[in-house]
Design a protein around this ligand. Sequence first.
Ligand SMILES: NC(=O)c1ccc[n+]([C@@H]2O[C@H](COP(=O)([O-])OP(=O)(O)OC[C@H]3O[C@@H](n4cnc5c(N)ncnc54)[C@H](O)[C@@H]3O)[C@@H](O)[C@H]2O)c1
Length: 362
Amino acid sequence: MRPQIGIIGAGFIGRFHARGVHGLIRLGLADADYVAVCDHVPERAESFARIAGIGWHTTDPDELIASPTIDTIYICTPTAEHKPLALKAAAAGKHIFCEKPLARNLADAQEMYDAVRSAGVRHQVGLILRHSPIFTVLKELISDPSLGRLMTALLRDDQFFPIQGHYISDWRKDIAVTGGGTLIEHSIHDLDLLAWLAGDIESLRAETRNFAGHEGVEDLASVSLRFANGGAGQLVSIWHNVLDRPSGRLLELFFENGYFTVQDDFFGTIRYQTGATPEAVEVPEDEVRRRYLEIVGLESDVFDSALSKYSLADYFFLRALAEERDPFPGFDVGLHAHELVDAVYRSAAEGGEEITTDFRAT
Ligand SMILES: NC(=O)c1ccc[n+]([C@@H]2O[C@H](COP(=O)([O-])OP(=O)(O)OC[C@H]3O[C@@H](n4cnc5c(N)ncnc54)[C@H](O)[C@@H]3O)[C@@H](O)[C@H]2O)c1
């Protein structure tokens, strides 16, 4: 098929996807058409349409969803709007790219997954770290059996409270829109990443704190994870007020016979030391790029033109649709991430009780 795309939500993340879609089509890297854009704020929809040179912009998402011209919908609105839009789009037979988190809670995410499955439409969730070059290469490096078992994974994720700085909106301080704070809004990526890299998660304990004082919107979450392979891990997720500090992730993995660390979440250098390589080794960014291209089978011109983390996700989504395949990561992966988020919030609500997750990594 040749996807006919409508984007709903012309804000912060909508801009990256609009650029990604427009750029990939212009470069001949996506066999698709960017047809229409919608935002409740008319000037935003209008300016997106002008930049992409498309004639159709609207403030009414139902117009896009009901249109027989459009077969593929991007949902880039604040979280509370994802479910109603996704249910309507699925019922109308549209393929869906929905930003993460899928929803404000696990039950809604489950309903969305059930809806796309029963409608038989294709779906992808915006868990973009699944297409991160640095983590893809890291995942391959740590698949070496001589490393032994993973003993621990330590992940610190911090960013400034995203209701200021370059964020154009302040809905992230409102629990009714978000379903929580830094954990669901940002670290849903991290829980998914840890499960992807470290495997099945048997149980977890968590604490959350609220320094900024926005009701129900935690700005610190500390999670202890028990992996099925016997290892234990820790995730710390923080929203602070250091506006000049870029959003960052620091990951350390200790195996019986190896240590790996990265300080970037997309490009950057991987550092490691193993029993077989007593000297510390650096895999510089260029080499990470080269290995990533080899692993996913992309030509360098594709990669260089898809430099944004979001446009790689767009590239794989549109390519899967064009090839009539299921895109990855689908709503099933999004739902699994929500199961972990839900377990964290339940543990925190119960004073750090251990919650058995039964989680199986996808
Ligand atoms: N994958 C990632 O790394 C990533 C990064 C940032 C944001 N996000 C997610 O993307 C979503 C949007 O976040 P954002 O920062 O772009 O928000 P934003 O506030 O910048 O933009 C949202 C836009 O949607 C519009 N809107 C709201 N409801 C609408 C509706 N029903 N119909 C049409 N337009 C509507 C708003 O007017 C606004 O312009 C959130 O779920 C967020 O968690 C994901």
